[in-house]
Design a protein around this ligand. Sequence first.
Ligand code: HEC
Length: 206
Amino acid sequence: MTVLRINSFLIFVVVAALLGGCRGQVSDKAPIHPHWNMDNVKRFDAQEPTDFFADGRTSRAPVEGTIAVGQLREDTVLQSGVDANGDFVSTMPSGIALTAELLDRGEGRYNIYCAPCHDKTGSGNGIVRQRGFIPPPSFQDARVRQFPIGQIVNAQSAGVRTMPSYAPQIPAEDRWAVAAYVRALQISQGATLAQVPADVAKKNGW
Ligand code: HEC
């Protein structure tokens, strides 16, 4: 038993020494590469010409009209708030219903994406603006108050002058939710008691 144990210990030491001995050796030969896979296929660098194609370009342009998966944006009203004539729409697309859930969603997205500049109330005095960024207008400005809802969506889809587009961050449906919430912010300030539903006013003792 003891002999066997000593033997296996010796074998371990010898194997370990042999393997360890490979480390740190300098060699100008390529490392052993048992699985080649596609590690060494012929390839072209960016902008490198080829004589394989008549136009000499190695990368091919996509077939005309190619659209990446998920990028088909045919519905311009939904996507950018403008109709076929290029006018801002003043109603929500038929697929989007104005519900409390939509406004909740819009509030969440607004507070994440817009409030840093526009402020949670829409005053335009958000934290980014306070650090020297060009001031956004207040959503209470008479000019902005009369925007059709499509224009509030379009500001997010396409950007406006110094404001960048938020289309990459906010999907189209959410842009409508945000626009509805912006409208709610506008209505919430300067609203009259007569606009509050009677039962809500009564419940709150107004
Ligand atoms: C990085 C800061 C910033 C963020 C974030 C931002 N905005 Fe703006 N926004 C601006 C500025 C600046 C302007 C004024 C642009 C100008 O007139 O040059 C503006 C203008 C606007 C206008 C008025 C457009 C007009 O025609 O005058 C609307 C509406 C608007 N933003 C909505 C939004 C909404 C909704 C979001 C969130 C999805 C948002 N903004 C996010 C900076 C921002």
